[in-house]
Ligand binder design. Structure first.
Ligand code: PMT
Length: 405
């Protein structure tokens, strides 16, 4: 099919829910939606007819613009490491990968040479006759990465689609998830993106840059004008709004955000009901990670939640899924082995015993204590352990759902 044709409407498995209808009617579709949907459709069709599994990997953080002509926006920390690294291991495991990523965040393969501590140019030097060569000490690794990248491109196994805002993300996620339905259980959705929880809805967003002086009425807290009209400007200017009463309220920027609808439910029930869905849960408090991951699995009724903590996320994750027998929920920690430095040599300390043992429920593993973590990066990438484990669950999922259908 030509990539210039408009995407056909794919009927949802369930009738559209009013929240979904309102969101996708009241907020504008991104200008690139049609182009990206066409690319995704062609990609999925090609790989579905080759009987290949397709995974949608989402990666990086969504932004929340504060103005339509956006100068300022709210962002989050995610660099896209989890998503970009996972995409490489999915390719290695035989999947075709749609990589839905935050523009300018890390990309599979090039991630090895971008956002790095060393400048990319430090890997190069000038050779004879004005040529540019890789430094000898880096050649072996660069060549391996380059070959994998070129093979993925040559075999059309990697489609990259950028997003910037939460709105871009939601529109394109919905379209791609719906396009994946013909893949049935061979479709996998691996949602590693850090998606904003709050946003400014289109109807409340101002057109122009928010002014830092009170020249623009747009930034005035609601009611400020009324109070001025009533000659109460002095009261308003020095109201005791919080602990810094010397800053006039009219000089503050008070942002009123709506919650982003929880579309994971729509994804599971309507957009991609036959595919296997893996979501992530990020927390900073180790005490609530597992319970939040369990809650998410129960609430959305999908297939796997991968829990991770901000500070230990490169060292361990916890898989939370329904047990094989379908009764109850099980947790499994996946950890990268840690090295222990001794005076004379470096030992490998394999983390079979799990994390902290203090106060934990008997038989339950506990998250690692960040204080016990070394100050270097793990020797192996945790995604090299996560992806084979996800693939194994996906094998079972395909077997079970192909048998049943
Ligand atoms: O990029 P890195 O620096 O490597 O960091 C990786 C990560 C920590 C961001 C990643 O491992 C991770 O945990 N991502 C999910 C963060 C999170 O807690 O998301 P959430 O609770 O807002 O959403 C739960 C899940 O639903 C996520 O899988 C999210 O991608 C998905 N979601 C949420 C809301 C929404 N509207 N659409 C979604 O797809």
């Amino acid at each position: 099919m030509s990539s210039t044709q408009p995407p056909p409407e794919i009927p949802s498995a369930n009738p559209i829910d009013p929240v979904e209808h309102d969101y996708f009617t009241l907020n504008p579709a991104p200008a690139s939606l049609q182009k990206h949907t066409s690319l995704a459709r062609d990609f999925i069709t090609t790989h579905a007819s080759a009987g290949r599994r397709v995974v949608l990997v989402t990666s990086g953080g969504t932004t929340v613009p504060l103005e339509r002509q956006t100068v300022r926006f709210i962002d989050n920390f995610s660099a896209g490491t989890r998503g970009a690294t996972s995409a490489e291991y999915f390719l290695e495991a035989g999947y075709a990968v749609i990589f839905l990523y935050r523009e300018f965040s890390l990309l599979p393969y090039s991630r090895h040479y971008s956002h790095a501590t060393n400048c990319f140019l430090d890997f190069l030097h000038e050779g004879p006759n004005g040529s540019v060569l890789a430094r000898e000490e880096y050649t072996e690794k660069m060549l391996a990465v380059l070959r994998k990248y070129q093979a993925a491109k040559r075999d059309n196994l990697l489609l990259t689609i950028p997003f910037v805002t939460i709105n871009d993300y939601l529109f394109i996620l919905r379209s791609i998830a719906q396009l994946m339905r013909p893949l049935g259980p061979s479709g996998l959705l691996y949602l590693a993106a850090a998606v904003s929880d709050f946003f400014v809805p289109n109807e409340r967003m101002v057109e122009h840059k928010i002014q830092s002086t009170d020249a623009s009425p747009n930034i005035r807290p609601q009611g400020a004008e009324d109070r001025q009209d009533q000659g109460q400007q002095d009261d308003e200017a020095f109201d005791n709004f919080d602990s810094s009463p010397l800053i006039p309220r009219s000089k503050r920027l008070v942002i009123d955000l709506d919650p982003v609808p929880k579309f994971l439910k729509n994804l599971v029930d309507g957009w991609a009901p036959e595919g296997m869905i893996v979501s992530f849960k990020l927390e900073t408090d180790p005490e609530i990670l597992v319970s939040k991951a369990r809650y998410s699995l129960e609430r959305y009724q999908h297939h796997l939640v991968i829990g991770n903590l901000l500070v230990t996320r490169k060292w361990e994750v916890v898989f939370v899924a329904r047990s094989e027998e379908g009764e109850g929920i099980r947790e499994e920690w996946i950890r990268v082995p840690r090295r222990r430095k001794t005076l004379s040599k470096i030992d490998i300390e394999v983390d079979r015993e799990g994390g902290r043992e203090d106060g934990g429920e008997k038989g339950k593993e506990r998250p690692l204590d960040p204080k016990d973590l070394p100050d270097y990066e793990p020797e192996i990438e945790i995604e090299s352990l996560i992806i084979p484990a996800v693939k194994k669950l996906h094998d079972t999922y395909i077997q079970r759902n192909t048998r049943e259908s």
